[in-house]
Design a protein around this ligand. Structure first.
Ligand SMILES: Cc1cc2nc3c(=O)[nH]c(=O)nc-3n(C[C@H](O)[C@H](O)[C@H](O)COP(=O)(O)OP(=O)(O)OC[C@H]3O[C@@H](n4cnc5c(N)ncnc54)[C@H](O)[C@@H]3O)c2cc1C
Length: 457
């Protein structure tokens, strides 16, 4: 039967493309895997191997009963992931984290893919997938080569493809102190989808504001890499750059206090206000409006926890600004990651708006399963939203809110975190995490019906 099936073309042999190709071949569907290295390489990569890790060698926590990324590891193992098989085979001592020997890891993936008879590896750059490729996965990552990026930009419209992320921190709502913060929209405006009380507001006195500005200016920043020419746009400057421009700049920008009244202290106007806006449909995550930053992660936690109401804030994501090619996926992709405007094209990996090695591989895994099902004449089956795979997919294809009011596009890449899961009430935070993990693993089993799906033995 496989003889008569036309191949699926996977463009990009990174973390997501490698996993996607593996999943497709394991279902008996032929694949052509196009990877431009070593002929062509952009900045971060150094080798000709598939699934090269471009920076750290950590897959982060491996705790499947209390961490969202550990849960994703466990689910991927259960789904026969090649990336997890190679990671486990090449792990290094790293406490509770899964760290891998990067060369051994990439060599194992390369050998597995090159040894798989249904995969043909072609070392070439693809700039424009030919029309006779009727099923394509584009998995070219955050550093997609410019000619292909241009093709994608033409297909999706310029504004729908970003080349830099501008990430503001995201806070778990249940870690915000509502004895200090309050819900209110500026001037109680309702907007198209709002209630007049859509933002969480954290008030600062003059002394607190001055100390905060000083901390931003002196805080340690991350440098840009050589391939990242400074991508500042006046509309979304890093908060510390604004602070450096003048002591009052933030008060007249993202921290302006106008139109906001603390209900517990209505006669005293705050000197400045930090606003947080709902980030996902579940209402579990809120982003700090206008707080994109190049401060180091440790500095962000230290400085942002000095904001009244955020003393115990738990961050689902910290801020950043990087070269990063990614789509406005909630608008452009359907539930199985196909481009709505051209369904023969599917996307996978970081270009869809997830972040991280493991997350990129997980989305490759799903794209591979979806495309293989399609080729075999089956209906692709979506993972339950309660699983880590389902939660991540949902962030990409629909769970994220565009904006409550008019404003720039707000979809930004995200690591897996518990704020993306449908919440469970009651219990203390740690017990809740454990319950979310247990529910996810049980629902994953139900989804795969107890079968071991094409295991990466
Ligand atoms: C500099 C940098 C550092 C990062 N550090 C980390 C980190 O420490 N930890 C972490 O978890 N995540 C990190 N990331 C984030 C990200 O998760 C990884 O980049 C991850 O590898 C993304 O997987 P991917 O498969 O989407 O893309 P990639 O792994 O980058 O794979 C894309 C592949 O497509 C190929 N390609 C591109 N264009 C074409 C084309 N037109 N034709 C054919 N092939 C093409 C590329 O050569 C590459 O092999 C980092 C990202 C960058 C840019």
């Amino acid at each position: 039967m496989t003889q008569s099936l036309r191949p699926v073309h996977v463009i990009g042999g990174g973390l997501s493309g490698a996993e996607a190709a593996w999943q497709i071949a394991r279902r008996g569907v032929p694949v052509v895997l196009h990877e431009m290295r070593p002929q062509r390489s952009i900045a971060a990569h150094r080798s000709a191997d598939f699934a090269e890790l471009v920076c750290s060698n950590s897959f982060r926590s491996d705790d499947a009963s209390g961490s969202a990324i550990g849960l994703l590891h466990a689910e991927m193992r259960r789904l026969g992931s090649l990336v997890m098989r190679a990671g486990d085979a090449h792990k290094l001592p790293a406490g509770g984290a899964l760290a891998v020997d990067r060369d051994g890891f990439a060599a194992a993936i390369t050998a597995a893919l090159e040894g798989e008879r249904l995969i043909e590896a072609r070392r070439e750059e693809v700039s424009d997938p030919p029309l006779d490729w009727d099923s394509v996965i584009i998995a070219t990552g955050p550093l997609t080569s410019p000619p292909l990026a241009e093709t994608i930009g033409n297909l999706t419209g310029e504004a729908a493809l970003a080349f830099f992320d501008a990430i503001a921190p995201i806070v778990h709502r249940d870690s915000i102190d509502f004895g200090v913060a309050w819900f209110q929209s500026r001037y109680d405006k309702t907007g198209p989808a709002g209630s007049g009380a859509d933002y969480i507001n954290c008030p600062l006195t003059r002394a607190q504001y001055d100390a905060f500005v000083d901390a931003l200016v002196t805080g340690e920043k991350t440098a840009f890499r050589d391939f990242e020419t400074t991508p500042y746009f006046e509309g979304c400057l890093p908060i510390e750059v604004m602070a450096e421009r003048g002591r009052e700049t933030l008060r007249h920008g993202p921290m302006k206090p106008f139109g906001l009244t603390d209900p517990r202290n209505p006669d005293v106007k705050p000197y400045a206000v930090v606003q947080l806006r709902q980030d996902n449909r579940l209402g579990t995550l809120f982003n700090m409006v206008g707080f994109q930053t190049k401060l180091k992660h440790g500095e962000q936690v230290r400085i942002f926890r000095t904001i009244p109401g955020l003393a115990n804030a738990e961050f689902a994501r910290l801020g950043g600004l990087h070269r990063n090619t990614f789509l406005n996926s909630p608008r452009l992709l359907d539930a199985t990651l196909r481009l709505k405007a051209m369904p023969r094209l599917r996307f996978a990996g970081q270009i869809t708006g997830c972040e991280g090695y493991v997350e990129s591989a997980a989305i490759g895994l799903l794209a591979g399963r979806f495309v293989a099902a399609e080729r075999l004449g089956e209906q692709p089956s979506l993972p339950p939203p309660t699983t880590a795979h389902g939660a991540l997919l949902n962030h990409i294809t629909g769970g994220h809110l565009e904006t409550i009011d008019a404003g720039p596009r707000s979809f930004q890449p995200m690591n897996i975190n518990f704020g993306l899961f449908p919440p469970l009430g009651g219990a203390a935070r740690d017990a809740r995490k454990q319950a979310l993990c247990a529910r996810a693993l049980a629902d994953l089993e139900a989804w795969i019906g107890g079968a071991i799906p094409h295991a990466a033995e």
